[in-house]
Design a protein around this ligand. Structure first.
Ligand SMILES: CC(=O)N[C@H]1[C@@H](OP(=O)(O)OP(=O)(O)OC[C@H]2O[C@@H](n3ccc(=O)[nH]c3=O)[C@H](O)[C@@H]2O)O[C@H](CO)[C@@H](O)[C@@H]1O[C@H](C)C(=O)N[C@@H](C)C(=O)N[C@H](CCC(=O)O)C(=O)O
Length: 490
């Protein structure tokens, strides 16, 4: 069991005031009062739904050893140490890193941020490092991994305590490298504060999460905050073809590097072919055939290749391994019905940009006679502004569309569908139907498809549940598509 004096966790924290001894031994950290008890230090965070400061008294009543807060309670207990800081979340980031022995300093940690491509890049880089012979960890939306061991993920980027605990497990398992997704929520909530990165990668930035960040500018600043905090020993690798790529490199102390499919950059690729069986790229003068499909994956491959080279890996070896890799679960995953000749594609695309990318890719690689039938919904209690945009895109870029429910959460799926439909303009309206039941929607799409057509089921990708009114019921697009194909084959 870890037991460290409180003062040793505060080395990187600016303490404004303290009440009680910082010699007190700390055996655990928490940001949730319900987990507090003797030996535990509680960080009072100002959340989105409530203010953690409300729970300080209950932490004291439970025997909590210390409280880190931005505002002291009116009455202080002599049995608890209070540490006043400007930002509890940032302080907790530093404390969590110190509590677990700064595991990120013992790893070559690469953080990947951007609206789309984070999971694919993190997963591909992890696979590449493993194939190169390293012990490596992965923190992603789909799953966390220590070498082959899979640890379920609850967040894209876990909170600072869980994050450092996982990194410490990686170090204990002998990992030398780790790849992680860095979400904008994580940056804004200081989940990555206190981590030492060997490199940061930016993929792209488009409309998402405005429900949380309020404005696009705030969203951009959250992403940029990650690059601003990189140390000068790190590399900052950005997509030069994305409008916001250059912004990420401003004011960072890290070494600035770029990748591009269009112009001058540290890592350059030329698209030679983009077909159903894979991509044909020329990278740094070498022609390579990859198993991954679509221009968006050309960007992902280039980002991962760049990161590997910046980590000191041999370019030829990195490209040779990358050429054989496939993508992350739920990313452009094919489910083929041989009997009917229909190709199902399950993809996590749940943002306008990602949906457009997938549909553009399908338009590029399909045969002229193949129709595209898209099934898509939008999540409840999340960014409502994207709903009409996604329906509009689906209708414009598909031959037929079935709008359906995603994870409705606490919203009525029919209300979400009405908001989606509002984005469909007159000539496309005839292509669109709405079926709130997602299974029925997928079945209808398959019935609408003729031999050799493509059915795209977008939005949920690897998820194996559908979240309705706080309950996660089993639901797996890939499984359901497979079942529907075999039912029709009977
Ligand atoms: C909107 C959001 O980001 N919420 C995150 C946030 O919770 P919150 O601010 O809502 O917490 P709150 O309920 O207001 O409570 C405030 C504080 O009081 C504490 N509390 C609360 C009740 C109590 O009895 N005692 C107590 O101490 C809470 O532990 C918290 O520290 O801080 C929590 C602790 O870190 C997170 O678990 C929680 O993630 C929620 C579950 C979530 O769904 N987050 C999503 C939106 C998210 O973070 N997504 C990104 C990826 C996005 C993407 O790219 O797709 C991710 O990195 O996963």
């Amino acid at each position: 069991m870890i037991s460290l004096p409180l003062f040793s966790l505060l080395t990187d924290v600016t303490v404004l005031a303290q009440h009680g001894s910082t010699d007190v031994p700390i055996t655990g950290l928490t940001l949730d009062s319900r987990e507090a008890g003797p030996g535990v230090a509680f960080g009072a965070l100002r959340g989105t739904a409530t203010d953690g400061h409300k729970f300080i008294d209950s932490v004291v009543a439970q025997g909590g050893a210390a409280v880190v807060c931005e505002e002291l309670p009116a009455v202080l207990s002599p049995a608890t140490t209070y540490v006043l800081v400007e930002n509890s979340a940032a302080a907790l980031g530093h404390m969590a890193a110190a509590f677990y022995g700064h595991p990120s300093r013992q790893l070559r940690l690469v953080g990947i941020t951007g609206t789309n491509g984070k999971t694919s890049c993190a997963t591909l880089l992890h696979k590449l490092l493993r194939e190169l012979g390293y012990h490596a960890g992965l923190l992603s939306t789909v799953q966390n991994q220590i070498d082959e061991e899979v640890i379920p993920a609850t967040h894209t980027t876990p909170d600072a305590i869980r994050l450092n605990a996982l990194l410490a497990r990686m170090v204990a398992a002998g990992c030398t490298h780790a790849c992680m997704e860095v979400s904008s929520h994580a940056v804004a909530q200081h989940r990555v504060t206190g981590l030492h990165f060997a490199g940061g990668v930016f993929t792209n930035l488009t409309h998402d999460h405005l429900d949380y960040h309020g404005t696009f500018d705030n969203y951009l600043k959250a992403k940029k905050g990650f690059f601003d905090a990189l140390p000068k020993t790190a590399f900052a690798l950005t997509n030069a073809d994305d409008k916001r790529g250059p912004v990420m490199l401003q004011n960072t102390a890290a070494r600035r590097e770029t990748y591009s499919l269009r112009g001058a950059a540290t890592f350059r690729a030329k698209l030679i072919g983009n077909e159903v069986h894979g991509l044909h790229l020329e990278i740094d003068g070498r022609e390579i055939l990859f198993r991954l499909i679509g221009v968006f994956n050309a960007y992902n491959l280039l980002a991962v290749y760049g990161a590997a080279v910046l980590l000191g890996e041999d370019p030829t070896e990195a490209l040779t391994i990358l050429s054989g890799l496939t993508t992350a679960p739920g990313r452009f995953e094919p489910v083929v019905s041989k009997k009917q000749g229909i190709t199902g594609i399950v993809d996590y695309a749940h943002t306008p940009d990602a949906l457009e990318n997938v549909l553009q890719t399908l338009l590029e690689i399909r045969q002229p006679s193949q129709q595209i039938i898209t099934v898509v919904g939008c999540g409840g209690n999340r960014d409502a502004a994207k709903r009409p945009i996604m329906a509009n895109l689906a209708a414009r870029l598909s031959n037929k569309v079935v709008l359906t429910a995603d994870n409705p959460r606490f919203e009525d799926p029919n209300d979400i569908l009405v908001q989606m439909q509002a984005g469909v303009t007159a000539p496309d309206a005839a292509k669109v139907r709405t079926i709130a039941d997602r299974r029925e929607a997928i079945k209808t799409a398959v019935e609408l498809a003729g031999a050799h057509d493509i059915v795209l089921v977008a939005g949920k990708g690897h998820e194996n549940y559908q979240e309705i009114r706080g309950v996660k019921a089993p639901f797996d697009d890939k499984l359901i598509l497979t079942e529907i194909f075999s039912e029709l084959n009977k």
